[in-house]
Write a protein that binds this ligand. Structure first.
Ligand code: 5GP
Length: 300
């Protein structure tokens, strides 16, 4: 095939134009920088694969020359390197940097972490299920626990049921965002990796955890929304726990004692929702989540 200078320069112009469009899309958040970065590995798209790393970093709002050169230095990447040409180590080091930058500069595009707390039996589980069934873009974080499955519970649905040794390993390997011994009996913890992945993908994640865990999680995740669900009355809570019939009497008494203590914290969370009706309480939480996302976008 003979070289045609006209075609070659037309191609050059086209690629430059494509790069400029891409830059604008990144700046406006229409293109997800993490997805773009991941898609560059082994791509055949000359525009994406041929992007220079320095240029790519520069397209992230807030990234100036000094910050770019620091990232390049830390990751051992040359300014002239292209996204396609990265070595495995460089790619994973750079990805970690991009994740941190993304969380910082694009926090308004992240999903909303919604932490639902409240006493045992108040209906947190039913409210969370209602939200998942009635609203797209919400997911439930699946906790790990050392308690045994109840009838009808399967590992991976509501919990990952693990042994004490397996839980120890998760703690040791820093896999949990938080964990707690609940009702002085069993350990429960939130797997961090899956949670962050979902938030980065713009999915709103619901955590249904105990109060100690909620305090730890809200400290660790920026812009979390904590919602306390209270029963219409304490008598009603007692009726619901009896009605559920999943606990024996000593266990129920223990949970009621914990509930009394937990109800005293109700004013210390971002919002308070009374569970008169599951759909109504669920919708209130969804509205709060949307308001929180909007407030974040406005602030950034
Ligand atoms: P259950 O055994 O009735 O499913 O849950 C008992 C308690 O454990 C509930 O109050 C629930 O909120 C809490 N819990 C569930 N998952 C987690 C978790 O990942 N971390 C913490 N800290 N508490 C959890």
């Amino acid at each position: 095939m003979s070289f045609d200078p006209h075609t070659a320069s037309a191609l050059g112009v086209e690629r430059r134009r494509a790069r400029a469009e891409l830059k604008a899309s990144i700046a406006h958040g229409r293109v997800h920088i993490l997805e773009l970065f991941d898609s560059a590995e082994g791509t055949t798209d000359p525009v994406v694969g041929g992007l220079r790393v320095a240029w790519f970093l520069g397209s992230i709002p807030g990234m100036g020359a000094t910050k770019i050169s620091r990232v390049l230095e830390r990751t051992g990447v040359l300014p002239t390197a292209t996204l396609r040409g990265l070595r495995v180590r460089q790619r994973s080091a750079l990805r970690r940097e991009i994740v941190a930058l993304f969380r910082h500069y694009y926090s308004h595009l992240r999903g909303q972490l919604v932490i639902i707390v409240g006493p045992s039996g108040v209906g947190k589980g039913s409210i969370a299920r209602w939200i998942l069934e009635n609203h797209d873009n919400f997911a439930l974080s699946v906790s790990a626990t050392t308690r045994a499955p109840r009838a009808g519970e399967h590992s991976g649905d509501h919990y990952f049921f693990v042994s004490e040794d397996e839980f120890d390993a998760m703690v040791r390997d820093d896999e949990l965002l938080e964990w707690a011994l609940v009702h002085k009996q069993f350990r429960y913890g939130t797997p961090q990796f899956a949670l962050e992945l979902q938030l980065d993908a713009g999915i709103n994640v619901i955590l249904e955890i105990d109060i100690q865990g909620a305090r730890a999680a809200r400290r660790k995740i920026r812009h979390s929304l904590t919602v306390f669900v209270e029963p219409p009355s304490f008598d009603e809570l007692e009726r619901r726990l009896v009605g559920r019939g999943t606990e024996d009497t000593p266990e129920r008494l223990r949970r009621l004692r914990t509930a009394r203590a937990e109800l005293k914290t109700s004013g210390r969370w971002d919002a308070l929702v009374t569970n008169h009706d599951v759909a109504e309480a669920g919708q209130s939480i969804v509205d709060l989540a949307h308001a929180s996302i909007e407030a974040r976008a406005f602030k950034e």
